[in-house]
Design a protein around this ligand. Structure first.
Ligand SMILES: Cc1cc2nc3c(=O)[nH]c(=O)nc-3n(C[C@H](O)[C@H](O)[C@H](O)COP(=O)(O)O)c2cc1C
Ligand code: SF4
Length: 460
């Protein structure tokens, strides 16, 4: 998968700290430690780094905001590195960790220095056994080598739940609880916050922190040599689905979406593309949109964490929508009624259309649920369902209406695009093999009810 634009993806896996240092690693941390902390943040600000975890939020602004809360309201400032990677269609964080864990860990050490955070926690799924093993070994190496900050980094393994990656739910898991999003966000009330001590917490994605290392090593101007004015640098994208060459590709931001999907991944006869499950559908008319946070938003879609799921003209749009909405219905935690009920109702209605048993009034009900599913939401999950259903219904209204009118079942042959692994040599993509058995209480149909692995939360 190496490519000309690669800055984060190494040509070959970096298997030891010596390899990392020989390839120029360590320079970023050395430079950071030679600067006052605020100057490190200024460098990240000048580079224009934006978070790669989904929202594209400016990293320096996040760091400064949390520091201000800590200064004004008190408590311990903590850093959390989000390696949950639960977004359907996304696989890049695991590739970064398996191929170059030292650059990610170096970014954490730099962020500890820049922000004054006392400790850093990496939240990663227990089931990602390869990346977890790699990360533990690399952390041991940098600790033994005496890297400043390394002895204040710990790894928390968590459950196989989408919400584990939601930042406030990740704090819950680190505290030993289930991944239930909080009303208050981490920058206001962080790890072990109390009513009097907010302990604000910074949450950053793996890729974001890995870019921090290269910005410190090479400078803000170098970072801006790739990308656009408002979305500088490169981003590591994942493409799966109906493409000839699925995989993980690093590209300069601003590259047209068409280049990634058609020229690189080999998509043909494309019908609908989804950047995870939190954004509107991308139709062929939008393929010339630049891969830039703002340009994508202006086009009415989003980039998410850079994972694209491609469906070609052979697919039935009802099957596509059903598999994505069912994922959100299962993963919703149920703390907000409109979210759990609304997502469940939409999944049931779509299943009825798939069986050929629906009436036109069911489509109207689907749209009504999509409007109310976000009522009093604690987290962003149901906004995703609202965008998916609203945009897909608008773009494919004729197909939806005709499917219901025909009364015929659809093929219903699509897997939930939660990536288990992508074979780098063959390009073969393996999806979560048991997702079809996952139920809305997060247990699996072939297991005891409520079998969400609590021991995964307890393992430290
Ligand atoms: C339902 C849900 C799931 C999420 N899953 C992830 C995830 O797996 N990994 C991730 O980095 N961010 C995920 N996020 C976004 C995080 O909440 C958070 O915004 C991000 O880690 C911030 O990092 P950044 O500023 O570096 O982008 C998720 C958000 C939501 C609402
Ligand atoms: S909005 Fe949905 S997923 Fe988020 S906290 Fe509420 S019920 Fe849970």
């Amino acid at each position: 998968m190496p490519h000309d634009a690669d800055r984060l993806l190494p040509a070959a896996p970096v298997t030891s700290l010596d390899d990392h240092l020989a390839a120029g690693g360590g320079v970023g941390l050395e430079r950071a430690l030679s600067l006052p902390p605020e100057e490190v943040t200024t460098l990240i600000d000048t580079a224009g780094l934006r978070g790669r975890g989904g929202a594209g939020f400016p990293t320096a602004r996040k760091w400064r905001g949390v520091q201000q809360t800590a200064a004004e309201a008190g408590g311990v400032l903590t850093l959390v590195a989000n390696a949950a990677e639960g977004e359907p269609g996304t696989y890049k964080d695991r590739v970064l960790i398996e191929q170059e864990p030292y650059a990610f860990l170096e970014g954490i050490c730099i962020a500890l220095h820049a922000t004054g955070a006392q400790t850093a926690h990496i939240g990663i799924k227990e089931k990602f056994t390869g990346p977890v093993t790699r990360l533990r070994a690399a952390l041991n190496e940098i600790t033994a080598a005496g890297w400043p900050g390394a002895d204040r980094i710990s790894i928390t393994t968590g459950p196989d739940a989408y919400l584990f990656g939601e930042e406030s739910a990740m704090l819950e898991v680190i505290e030993g609880n289930l991944p239930m999003p909080r009303i208050v966000k981490p920058f206001e009330a962080g790890l072990h916050a109390t009513t009097t001590v907010p302990n604000p917490t910074i949450v950053n994605n793996v890729e974001t922190l890995t870019h921090v290392t290269s910005i410190l090593a090479h400078g803000a101007d170098w970072f801006r040599q790739a990308g656009t004015e408002v979305s500088p640098g490169t981003m590591v994208f994942t493409v799966v689905g109906d493409v000839a060459s699925p995989g993980v590709y690093e590209l300069a931001l601003g590259t047209p979406l068409r280049t990634l999907l058609e020229d690189i991944a080999g998509a043909r006869d494309l019908k609908a593309v989804y950047s995870g499950v939190s954004n509107a559908v991308i139709t062929p008319a939008l393929l010339d949109t630049p891969l830039c946070f703002d340009a994508m938003r202006e086009a009415g879609v989003g980039m998410g964490s850079g994972g694209f799921i491609v469906y070609d003209a052979s697919r039935h749009i009802v099957d596509v929508l059903s598999v994505l909405v069912n994922f959100l219905a299962v993963e919703s935690c149920g703390q907000c009624n409109a979210c759990k009920l609304g997502n469940g109702a939409m999944a049931d209605l779509l299943a009825r259309v798939q069986r050929g048993e629906a009436e036109q009034t069911d489509l109207e009900a689907l749209l009504r649920w999509s409007q109310s599913v976000t009522d009093q939401n604690r987290c962003y999950l149901p906004v995703g369902s609202q965008l998916l259903v609203g945009s897909t219904a608008a773009a494919f209204v004729d197909e939806l209406v005709a499917t219901v009118a025909s009364g015929s079942p659809t093929p219903a042959d699509l897997p939930t695009p939660l990536i288990e692994a992508i074979d780098e040599d063959t390009g073969e993509v393996r999806y979560h093999p048991r997702y079809h058995l996952k139920q809305s209480d997060w247990s699996y149909a072939d297991e005891e009810p409520g079998a969400l692995r609590l021991e995964a939360l307890r393992e430290r």
